[in-house]
Every structure is written in structure tokens, then in C-alpha cells.
Design a protein around this ligand. Sequence first.
Ligand SMILES: Nc1ncnc2c1ncn2[C@@H]1O[C@H](COP(=O)(O)OP(=O)(O)OP(=O)(O)O)[C@@H](O)[C@H]1O
Length: 602
Amino acid sequence: MVEQITKGDWRRFVQEGVLDNSRINERIRASWNHCRRLGVDPYNGKGTQMLSYDALQKRRRENSWLIELAEPFIKKLATMYHDSNVILLLVDREGYVLRMAGEELVKATASQINFTEGVKWTEEQVGTNAIGTALAIGEPIAINGMEHFSVASQTWGCSAAPIKDENGDVIGALDISSPFIPDYYQHVLATVVAAAYAIESMWQHRMKEEELELINLGLKEERGSDRSFILYNRNHQLVYASSAITNIPAAISELPTNHNKSPVYGKDSSEIIGHQITLTNQKKSPAFQGWNSSFQFQGVAGKSSTFQKVLERAKKAAEKDVTIHITGDTGTGKEVMAKSLHVCSKPDRPFVAVNCGAIPENLLESELFGYTGGAFTGAQRNGYEGKIVQANGGTLFLDEIGDISVKTQVALLRTLQEKKVVPIGGKKPIPVSFRLITATNKSLGGLVKKGQFREDLYYRIYVYPLHMPPLKNRLSDIPELVDYYFQKRNWQFTWRIEAIRALQSYHWPGNIRELFNVLEGIYTEYGEQSPEPSDVEAYIRQITPHERDVSFSGDLSTREQMEKEYIEKALKQHGGKASAAARQLGIPRSTFYRKLKKYELG
Ligand SMILES: Nc1ncnc2c1ncn2[C@@H]1O[C@H](COP(=O)(O)OP(=O)(O)OP(=O)(O)O)[C@@H](O)[C@H]1O
């Protein structure tokens, strides 16, 4: 049990720095020590930092929302405490008194110590006090009489509770103060806490509503345009980035020198609910083509950082005309990537693709190297030039390269070394020059170890590996992929966002191919009607082989994934330094750490 602190205790502390710990609450002791270290004058404690009329009005405008939400509580409590010698105060996050209500006599007493609207009432300014300490520790607290660090407030009894936003950051505080210490002060504290909690809940509810409004606005504004813009909420947190922005962290890092900020008004047009920044130097992206500087991806590039990294590497490979080996699970778009690499380096030359796994072994060799007329029974009379010759001057894409026999491996190696092809049954070598791109969903290295793939050929083709990530690692790209498929099929309707979210909560072992198959199947079943999320899940379960796992994670929302990605990138840009990354993204540090924990990035 903490005993009441006396004038003698206080004097000993301010004069000698000695304090009997059992006599004072731990929080208050810490605050006293803090004030002493800061050199706050214990013999004064009147307010000194006062806003001018104009500055106070400006601050009120900046906190108009907080005032609006708190006002009904302040009014109600003022009525309840009528004749109880109290005043009610609302302060902003920096401790400036925005609003004071209550009896005129009490207000007059308060003004004697400059405790008025516009004053800054923090620990640093006036010493330990309920408002300042509640703001500093982020918790409700009552400070009575001698517990105040400076004499000016030592007859007062005050109870304050911080008000926090949806991220848990303090945005202000509510306080009830009296020039006499009320003996029911515990009840007063409970009342303040309850009111602050109600204000917080209303704030969070409105914040969510506004966020949705901003997202809808962004979607509307983006429709049919390829503008690059970002929408921030009133707390300066990013809530929307248009799809023309393929690299959100890079775009954000350009903001200080290159932005054009405009207010965004809410539904009733009277209030600014956020702001929009138009980025002027972003590359415009034609629909469904991922531009990455000079690299033009021939499918949906999406915004995910996972795929952006792939495009970065692909761009380098396209520039250098190097031999590329693409890895990745089935349906991840290895062939789409091979075509993109070709288009970016030799668009007017042939692109010849051979799926080595799909052609019977005895036919693959002739398919690749060609044959002369009458080379074998069943051969075409005039012979066949073969895919390698067809690819001359352009790109040869050998899919499922891991499936070719050792005999064909030898022949291919010779062609690559000598840059010549000898057709089956022929003698005359044909000179060829082509860019080789190979792909497999197997581990080529593993096949070499097992002796199923020649090591010398491995080194010839495994020059620049490019890995296509599985769709489960780029779930945030699903809305764009769906959009793409709808346009490709010329379907003139859309699905509800919940149905798209259901798609995003599945792990897609068959990747993009499986996604398109599911869209096609659901269309057959539901036509132009948007399915419910449960319909999507039921359909996927129905078409999936029994032994397969069909769990739906219900994981992160698209916005959360987007947020996770830009946090990840900012961290990377700053070598893992959380404070620098938080600064770049304009996220308060405490919020940033909470997000790191949430997304398991810590
Ligand atoms: N980024 C993309 N944008 C649009 N469509 C894509 C994309 N990636 C893949 N697809 C489509 O998904 C299907 C599978 O792609 P692709 O054949 O390139 O995959 P893959 O990895 O080569 O598959 P496999 O290993 O089974 O041959 C194709 O219909 C392709 O058009």
C-alpha cells in the first residue's frame, strides 16, 4: 500500500534527490525523476508555453475530428459534474489544451496557474501532472496534490486517460481536474477512462469507414486510366497505390522531391479525409504488360515484390543475350517468361518452343535436329529441317529439358559447342546461331548428381538461372490475373471482392494455370453471377484430387499483403534498419514495430 506523500517528502526529493520509494507510486516516481533530470522548476509549474489565437485555431482544425468525437462526452460529463468544482479538458497528442469546459469559477482558478485553452500541459513544461504523464506513459493516471512535481498544481486533483488511434498511437487525452482533491477521485478516473475508450472506438470505426471510402475512390479513379497515384489516410498512412505503380517503396522514396499533393474530400465533401499524391515520373504501363525499364513482360506482372525481383533479373538477362535456365513449378509462367525474354531481345526473329517432356523419346531427336529425306521409315519424303534450324537467328526454348535422354543430351551438347546441326541421315552440318532458353520444374543439379543429366551439358545451359515463384508467394497479384483473364475471355462482368479474397486464401499448387482453370470452371457453373466465397472454396475442393491439401488460409488481406511487401522492401533498402524504414514510409516507429511483429518480419 502506497502511503500519502507529504510536503516533507517532496522537499527532500527536490533538494536532495532522496525519495522513500514506499511513499510514492512507481509511475509518479519515474516522472519525478524525469522532471528533475530535465531541470523542471519544482517551485513554479505555471503554464508558460501558450499558443496564439491563430495557432490554437490551426491546431483545432488539425484535430477537428478528435474534438468532434470528444465533444459530446465533454458536454455530458460537464453536466454530470455540475457544481462539483471540476473542469474537463481535451488535449492533443503534444499536450496542448484544445478545449476546456466546466464551471467558470474553476476555470478562473485554473487560469491563475495559466491552465487554460492553448497552453501546453506536459511533464516537461509544468512537471508531473495527470495530462502530461498520461500522454508520456500512454496509460490512464490520477495525480493528486503533492504528487504533482511543481507547486503550482499541488492543491489540484486530476485524472487523465490517453486516447489512442487504431494503431495504438496516442492522439490526445481526456482529463478531469479540480482545484481540490475529490475523495472519489478513483471514480473520476474510471469515468475518464470509459469516455476515452468510447472516443477511441468511434475513432477506429470512422477510420475504417474512411479507409474503405479512400479505397473505393482509388478504384474508381483508376478505372480506365494508367495514372500513378497514391492515397494516404488522414493519419498519413498509405491505403492505396494505383496499379501503374509497380514498385511502391521506390515510388515512396521519390516523394520528397517529386510530389504533387492534393486533398481528398469525404462523401459529404466538407472534410478532408486524406490526400492524394500523383507521381509524375513513373513509367506508364500498358494494360497487362509489366514494364520494368526496358523489359516488357508478356503476361501480368502484378505489383508483388516477389515478382518484381524476378523482372529485375529478367531485364538484366534480356539485355545480355545470355543463355537462360528458367526454373519453377508447373503453371508458374515459365513459357510466358521465355517468350518475354525473346520479345525483348529479338522480337522480329523466330521463337521456337519445344516441350521435350511431351514428345516421345524416339521422336525428340528428329524433332530437334531434323532429318534428311528417307532417313528412316515413316519420315517425310523431303526430310524435315528440325526445330533448331527453325530457331536460327532467334530463340530456341526447350521446356522440360530434364526429361531428355542421355543420347539426345550428347547431340544437343555437340550442337551447342560446334554451333552446327547435322540432321539424322545427313552428313553436311548446318551452321546455326540461336539463343537458348531452357526450363524445368525438376532440379537439374539433382539430376546431375543422380547421373541422369550430363554435367558438361548442365554447365552449358545453367548459365543464368531465373526462378518463377509459385502463385502462393504472390497472392497479391491475383486480382490483376483475374482481371486479365476476364478481359481475355471478354467477360463483361466482375466478381465481388470477397470472391477474389477467397481465391487469395488458397495455396494454388497448379499455379496460374490452375487459377485460370478454376475461373473457367466457376464461369461454367455460375455464369455472370459473382460466386460467394464459399462457392469458390467448394468448387476448388470439388475439382481437387482427394490426396491434395485444399486448405484455405484466410490469411492476409490484399491490403495487408501490399503493406507487408512495402515494409519488406523498405527494410531491405535500409539494410534492415527499422527506424529508417519507418521514416521512409511515414509510419510512426511504435506502429512500425507492431507491424513487423504482425507480419513476422522482425
Ligand atoms: N504472368 C502471367 N500472366 C498471364 N498469364 C499467365 C502468366 N503466367 C502464366 N500464365 C498463363 O498460365 C498458363 C501456364 O503458363 P506457362 O505455360 O508459361 O507455365 P509453365 O511454368 O511453362 O508451365 P509448365 O511447367 O506446366 O509447362 C498459360 O495459360 C499462361 O498463359
